[in-house]
Design a protein around this ligand. Structure first.
Ligand SMILES: [Zn+2]
Ligand SMILES: [Zn+2]
Ligand SMILES: [Zn+2]
Length: 443
């Protein structure tokens, strides 16, 4: 019970066996010894650290929290990032996938989904329009009007190259900002540095959207103010033209025909305002917004495609929409072509071909997940015995082995109970803080 509490009620812990011995490097004296032989079941449980709420709610919550701090530090400073970054030009950018075929969409104010005056039908004898109105809960939303017309190969190829499309965009960004500010690319690179953190979000049509925080620094990074001639307005304009200019020809024309991949024409760029300002989006809210996405699975919360699949028979039938299932099948089928080996579509069929991490960031954007975890571990140790491995000259010998993962049915119930208690405690603490703040406000 203590172990499950220590890992916050993680739903799929990893069981390790082994020991760590820390000695004084000079005298050989044992400073600290930990051995799982003294633990119940002779094992130590560690967190699964899965980011998906469908796999492990407590770990995904922790991951979202770390993401929030990571993104926030790059916007507002803190965690070794100077607070002056809040005065640098910062943007919230959304780049979309292009259309791969018309899909049913949410409509507002009684508007029709895809109104058409004529009654034309496609080659498969399906109507080219949709006169219905769909509310946000309609399962039809995101499903193609005609699955046979929908360009499934391009959809998964686009996912497979989304990382390279992003790279092409960031490369372009320097060129376009240089052109706008009347400088050479080299001249611009000597004066500014562009940093970002981005997350991928799957839309209803199961195509990835990229949300990114983009920050303009001086050439030396976050501690260096950008030159006065590099404004948020110029950066905004450069983002739009740089994204629109990305064109990528895929090298598979022999087997799949010509494909030119580009970003969708819906490009959203908004300046971020510092706390207390009025123009643009609030930076703190954006960090929370970005953090929310990292805990979602690839294909929406209820689909359960959290792991790579072993073959087409491995694709769950009930939980996936026909559209998502067809995308998974397309990945499997195209992944079998030797020409497409490099993009490993079969290994990434569960993410519909998208190989990127959910959150990626440029090197100097802010801190890292590893640093945040180490800080948390240190914080939790504070007040307890000091970390013996931190003693100068100490040498640690570690022998650890993986033995299993998951919980027994009984332990699983205990973990769920602990996770729930922790969630309730957090909620109570939040209410308490809220009340306290209100009382202070009244006074
Ligand atoms: Zn976990
Ligand atoms: Zn419709
Ligand atoms: Zn059709």
């Amino acid at each position: 019970m203590a172990q499950i509490t220590a890992i916050g009620g993680c739903a799929h812990p990893i069981h390790l066996t082994g020991s760590t011995t820390t000695r004084d490097g000079a005298t050989g004296e044992i400073l600290h010894h930990y051995d799982t032989r003294n633990e119940p079941g002779e094992r130590l449980l560690v967190r699964c650290r899965n980011r998906r709420a469908t796999v492990c709610a407590p770990c995904s919550r922790l991951y979202a929290g770390d993401t929030f701090h990571l993104v926030r530090a790059g916007l507002l400073g803190g965690k070794n990032v100077p607070t002056d970054v809040r005065d640098h030009p910062r943007l919230f950018v959304t780049l979309t996938a292009p259309s791969f075929g018309p899909v049913h969409r949410t409509t507002r104010d009684g508007d029709r989904c895809r109104p058409r005056r004529d009654a034309d039908r496609c080659d498969h004898d399906r109507p080219l329009g949709c006169p219905a109105t769909h509310d946000a809960t309609d399962p039809l939303i995101g499903q193609p009007l005609c699955p046979a017309c929908y360009d499934y190969p391009t959809h998964v190829l686009w996912h497979a190259h989304a990382g390279r499309l992003w790279k092409a965009f960031t490369d372009n960004l320097y060129n376009h900002l240089a052109a706008r500010t009347g400088r050479t690319r080299t001249g611009l690179r000597r004066a500014v540095r562009i940093s970002y953190a981005k997350v991928a979000e799957y839309q209803k049509r199961a195509a990835v959207h990229v949300h990114a925080v983009v920050r303009l620094d001086g050439a030396a990074g976050p501690g260096d103010p950008p030159p006065a001639w590099a404004s948020a307005e110029d950066l905004t304009a450069a983002v739009r033209t740089a994204a629109a200019a990305v064109h990528m020809r895929t090298p598979y024309s022999r087997v799949l025909g010509e494909h030119t991949l580009r970003w969708g024409s819906q490009i959203d760029v908004r300046p971020l305002r510092a706390f207390g300002g009025h123009e643009g989006l609030a930076d703190d809210a954006v960090a929370a917004y970005v953090a929310k996405y990292v805990t979602k699975g690839a294909t929406g919360a209820a689909t359960g495609l959290d792991h790579p699949i072993n073959g087409p028979d491995d694709i769950p039938t009930g939980r996936l929409s026909p559209h998502v299932r067809t995308l998974v099948h397309a990945c499997w089928r195209l992944g079998g072509l030797p020409e497409l080996e490099a993009i490993r579509l079969r290994s990434w069929a569960h993410t519909l071909g998208y190989r990127g991490h959910v959150l990626t960031k440029s090197r100097v954007y802010s801190t890292t997940y590893a640093t945040l975890r180490a800080d948390r571990a240190q914080h939790q140790r504070a007040g307890a015995s000091p970390d013996p491995t931190a003693t100068p000259g100490a040498i640690s010998e570690k022998h650890w082995r993986y033995i299993a993962s998951g919980h027994s049915p009984g332990a699983s119930l205990i973990a769920a109970g602990i996770a729930e208690d922790l969630a309730i405690n957090r909620e109570l603490a939040r209410e308490e803080r809220h009340l306290h703040a209100e009382r202070k406000g009244d006074a």
